[in-house]
Design a protein around this ligand. Structure first.
Ligand code: UT7
Length: 315
């Protein structure tokens, strides 16, 4: 399904922040404990190192507070915490409740689990809340994939990392930043990427890779078209950071030069729903995103799910 937003109350991002654990785990660190090596991991995935540690709520709180500080907003000015995560601290309560309490937000709090597409799903949901009257929201992607990883399984262990990214989204009269959005899912593929209660993350990497490129390209193309743009109008691509080869293949098929894609997978690995906000904040902090730029966010993951959004930065 793809649709353009027709409401008259939009949103703009007024603050952003991240949090990553201090502990850096390099490829060489991993090859000391399992049958892998730095060259394989770099060539097949683009990952050099990842951060490991913390809890999903702790990272989310730190990222959320950083975003509030950047926006110049107090916690009591926030109407709700929308937390994208697929690695909640507990099954019940939602991790967003811990985040709400930790930050001191007086409003609502709920989790969104759409695996690695979660942040874009959360952003779309948040825009819906703004359209029906919310003034300010904290939208966070936070993950501790390390906690559901079997550290003896090299097929997953070399890929994952922990971290969080957050934005403050504020209501504006008129259309705001979001030009289009596209959400999708195909639950018949849920066996490709899964984790049972108390178990470890399993992934059919080859099959996920094949499907990911197709769904992410289709979703991004729909979002670009719904925004009334072409690939040439995209100033910056902020993709889910699962594999550098997936990002390259998607760029090629979309006709977007790779230099326009933000890449942080080398530093953080795959952080699921945190990867898009980590990359977005990196682009903002390095001056790669200016008012008026068209930024395409696009992700895919377990479910399978996929999601894209086109924003005109600065409203
Ligand atoms: O964010 C959620 C979505 N997740 C993804 O999008 C991940 C998608 N999949 C991938 O990124 C890739 O499929 C992987 C990085 C997981 C694997 O890359 P690949 O190019 O598909 O490798 P492969 O599984 O075909 O394995 C190639 C070879 C095999 O050896 P043989 O059979 O050729 O002798 C594997 O046993 O590499 C071997 N191998 C490894 N070697 C060193 C597999 N894992 C490793 C490893 N270190 N960690």
């Amino acid at each position: 399904m793809a649709t353009t937003r027709t409401g008259v109350r939009g949103g703009i991002v007024t603050g952003w922040g991240i949090s990553v654990p201090d502990k850096v785990v390099t490829n060489d660190d991993l090859s000391a404990t399992m049958d892998t090596n730095d060259a394989w991991i770099r060539e097949r995935t683009g990952i050099r190192e990842r951060r490991i540690g913390g809890t999903t709520s702790q990272l989310a709180i730190e990222a959320g507070l950083a975003a509030l500080a950047r926006a110049g907003r107090r916690p009591d000015e926030i109407d709700a915490v929308v937390l994208a995560t697929t690695t909640p601290d507990q099954i019940v309560p939602g991790t967003s409740a811990t985040v709400q309490d930790g930050i001191g937000v007086p409003g609502g709090a709920f989790d969104v689990n759409a695996a690695c597409s979660g942040f874009v799903y959360a952003l779309a949901v948040a825009h819906g809340l703004l359209a029906i009257g919310a003034e300010r929201l904290l939208v966070i992607g936070s993950e501790t994939l390390s906690r559901i990883t079997d550290w003896d399984d090299r097929s997953v262990a070399v890929l994952v990392g922990d971290g969080a990214g957050a934005v403050v989204l504020e209501a504006v009269d008129g259309p705001g930043q979001l030009l289009s959005w596209n959400l999708g899912a195909d639950g018949s593929l849920r066996h490709l990427l899964m984790c049972d209660h108390g178990g470890y993350l399993f992934m059919d990497g080859k099959e996920v890779f094949r499907k990911a490129v197709r769904v992410v390209v289709d979703s991004a193309e729909q979002a670009i078209a719904e925004a009334g743009l072409t690939a040439a109008d995209v100033s910056l691509l902020v993709p889910h950071q699962a594999n550098l080869r997936i990002i390259s293949a998607a760029c090629q098929r979309l006709g977007i030069p790779e230099e326009k894609a933000v890449v942080v997978i080398d530093r953080y690995g795959n952080t699921s729903s945190a990867s898009i906000p980590l990359a977005l904040v990196d682009a903002l902090e390095t001056g790669r995103l200016q008012p008026g730029d068209h930024v395409l966010l696009t992700g895919f993951g377990g479910g399978m799910t996929w999601a894209s959004a086109v924003l005109r930065w600065g409203g």
